[in-house]
Design a protein. Structure first.
Length: 119
């Protein structure tokens, strides 16, 4: 599992290269270009949580704070934006008026409901 608080490059993500490329593209898309996305993330840091098939999800999530766990649960169960591609799901939950949020990237078939305590 990775927890990142900055706009990552493809190489910084512990994901397959094609998935990492798509994730970075989705992170930049709302801002039009890389420089605008970088400026936004510098002013309003968000959180990016990447889960892989190799992760022991229950143990990884248990290490996170209650607020982060709740934001992951929100991104998993009632995301404002959700897109599935190449076996992964990219979800976003926004948590403040400036638009900062938690992005959750996970294998599409990874069920988090039991780990996070929601249905």
């Amino acid at each position: 599992m990775q927890v990142i608080h900055y706009l990552p490059t493809v190489e910084q993500l512990a994901l397959p290269p094609d998935i990492a490329s798509k994730v970075v593209q989705l992170l930049i898309e709302p801002f039009g270009e890389l420089e605008n996305a970088q400026a936004y993330w510098a002013e309003y840091p968000a959180t990016l949580v990447c889960l892989n098939r190799q992760d022991q999800v229950a143990a990884a999530v248990a290490c996170l704070g209650d607020i982060t766990q709740q934001l992951i649960a929100d991104a998993d169960s009632c995301a404002e934006f959700d897109e599935t591609f190449e076996g992964y799901t990219f979800s976003l939950t926004v948590y403040n008026d400036e638009g900062a949020g938690l992005y959750l990237i996970r294998p599409a078939d990874m069920d988090l409901s039991e780990v996070l305590g929601h249905e």
